[in-house]
Design a protein around this ligand. Structure first.
Ligand code: NOJ
Length: 556
């Protein structure tokens, strides 16, 4: 497969609201990010993905954009942003921006026009329908609870919003809308950015018939009618032709409900669409039949099967993205590791997994410190629209409040949105004011200052992993073979490059675990590359320690 800079890169995701506040208003901002670039350089990351910093009424923390070409004043000015780009480039790093074009804010000028009248030139920038049988046009539910349709009195029609009612979906069937989006993308690219992360990009083409999911009462997930819709590849190929192909950039699409077969259509190197996608299969591994708030313990065998499926599914076809958390997910350490007794060990073990697979690793802010989930005593402390809507809906439906809170503790998006923990001072050094969302009370023990000063910290382990990817060309290995597929406790695999292979052995639990290296894998000339403990005396028959991770280079 082609050699590209983004394959050798490690990406760091910044959620600006919670990263660093420079002016004491309790909200992270661009000058705050500027003040921490040397920290990121020290970590060794290559690319920064900045979540939305555009003008927004903040119904969904910036994913509801009211002006695609201006910076939210809480975050700074366009001059601040230009300085940020220049300083990132001066340090040899790159910047990718969030592109949110499945929907806009209802306060965007296009929507303000669109809702004025049925014959307004912007009417068809959005998806409007008359009601059916005295109610909504169909039974699709919003990702943020309730119907995906909102009635608008002025023109007596409904508009579609797959997310909040302040996030109307854009109508990609309209070529004028598409051209406006491409012009806006080129405007940012001409400023010198290095690519885009594209928000829910596989939802942009809806089945134009907008069919009901079922007959009867209630709101339903209509995913089959808007995920990977009929014209999505046509649109992305057009976008690629008109804009993306003209720049040396990277693109990663957030894609809900894609399989490796679907993904190959988005990222296949001959397809001229995107470079990578974020899939959700691992993020659904602990969800019951009723979705993410229906908690179910994960099973390591499922995690292994999913990773193996994606590693082999895209082999020779396209590139993977590797992540275990982001601003929409709980902290990976609390979810897949142990955020108390073995915080360091499990944080390093999970990092080892992410940095030794085929694909580009994405580090979410604070992951490199081993930041954890938070448990606020009351719903009053939570800010996320998805969480608040779900709480109200499920309470009204009779679900026990403690039960709902437990679901929020496990899965709520605010777990990943508490402020970055910089040091042990008040509010973790994030702000001198009152933070927009409370800091996780564990900041005196878990913070960047402490991690940077401790040579054995998760932070320094990430530095080593990032350096290792470069020195040993980890991206150059191909193939993926599980060892002990049915083992419920140990995740082990081999990848190869000519005569050489990479062997990764991970104990996913806090108890000791037996590991046997199969005879056919030659181990006589093994070189240990990295691990979170000293290497075991004999890996052929080892008793792995809690959350032990070891990586070896083997020679045939
Ligand atoms: C995915 C984003 O990551 C999430 O934060 C947002 O709420 C939805 N898309 C809608 O834009």
């Amino acid at each position: 497969m082609a050699d590209k800079w983004w394959k050798d890169s490690v990406v760091y995701q910044i959620y600006p609201r919670s990263f660093m506040d420079s002016d004491g208003d309790g909200i992270g901002d661009i000058p705050g990010i500027l003040s921490k670039l040397d920290y990121l350089k020290r970590l060794g990351v290559d690319v920064i993905w900045l979540c939305p910093v555009y003008e927004s009424p903040n119904d969904d923390n910036g994913y509801d954009i009211s002006d695609y070409r201006s910076i939210l004043s809480e975050f700074g000015t366009i001059a601040d942003w230009e300085e940020l780009l220049a300083q990132i480039h001066a340090r040899g790093m790159k910047l990718i921006m969030d592109l949110v074009v499945n929907h806009s804010s209802d306060e965007h000028a296009w929507f303000v026009e669109s809702r004025k009248s049925k014959d307004n030139p912007y009417r068809d920038y959005y998806i409007w329908r008359p009601g059916a049988d005295g109610g909504e046009p169909n039974d699709w539910g919003s990702f943020f609870s309730g119907s995906a349709w909102q009635y608008d009195e002025r023109t007596e029609e409904y508009f579609l919003h797959l997310f909040s009612k302040k996030q109307p979906d854009l109508n990609w069937e309209n070529p004028k809308l598409r051209q406006d989006v491409y012009d806006m993308m080129a405007w940012w690219l001409d400023k010198g950015i290095d690519g885009f992360r594209m928000d829910v990009i596989n939802l942009i083409s809806k089945n134009p018939a907008l069919p009901r999911v079922e007959q009867g009462e209630g709101w339903r997930f209509g995913g089959e009618h808007f995920m990977n819709g009929p014209r999505v590849h046509e649109y992305l190929q057009e976008m690629n032709r008109e804009v993306l192909s003209k720049y040396d950039i990277m693109t990663v699409g957030e894609t809900i409900g894609v399989t490796p077969e679907d993904a190959a259509l988005y990222v296949g190197e001959e397809r001229n669409e995107l470079n990578m996608v974020f899939h959700f299969e691992l993020m659904d591994v602990d969800s019951g039949p009723h979705g993410k708030w229906d908690l179910k313990p994960w099973d390591l065998r499922d995690i292994k099967r999913i990773i193996a499926k994606w590693q082999t599914g895209l082999e020779g076809k396209g590139w993977n993205s590797l992540y275990l958390n982001n601003h929409d997910q709980p902290r990976m350490l609390s979810r897949f590791g142990d955020d108390r007794t073995y915080r360091k060990e499990s944080g390093k073990m999970l990092a080892t997994l992410l940095h030794t697979l085929q694909g580009t690793p994405y580090i979410y802010q604070g992951e490199e410190l081993g930041m954890t989930n938070v448990r606020f005593a009351s719903i009053e402390s939570y800010k996320d629209i998805e969480t608040l809507n779900m709480f109200a809906e499920q309470l009204a439906a009779g679900r026990d409040e403690a039960d709902i809170m437990n679901a929020i503790y496990a899965k709520g998006r605010d777990n990943g949105r508490t402020p970055m923990q910089w040091d042990g001072s008040e509010h973790a050094g994030f702000t001198t004011g009152t933070p927009w969302i409370a800091v996780n009370p564990n900041y005196p023990d878990i913070n960047a200052e402490q991690a940077v000063n401790d040579p054995d910290s998760i932070f320094h382990y990430y530095r080593q992993l990032i350096a290792l990817r470069r020195e040993h060309d980890v991206t150059g290995y191909s193939g993926f073979r599980l060892i002990g597929e049915e083992d419920e406790r140990v995740f082990a695999y081999v990848r190869s490059r000519g005569e050489e292979s990479l062997l990764v052995v991970l104990n996913f639990f806090g108890d000791q675990a037996e590991f046997r290296l199969p005879e056919e894998i030659g181990f006589s000339r093994a070189e240990r590359l990295i691990g979170n403990y000293d290497p075991p005396a004999n890996l052929r028959r080892a008793l792995l320690r809690p959350y032990e991770a070891q990586v070896y280079r083997l020679f045939a």
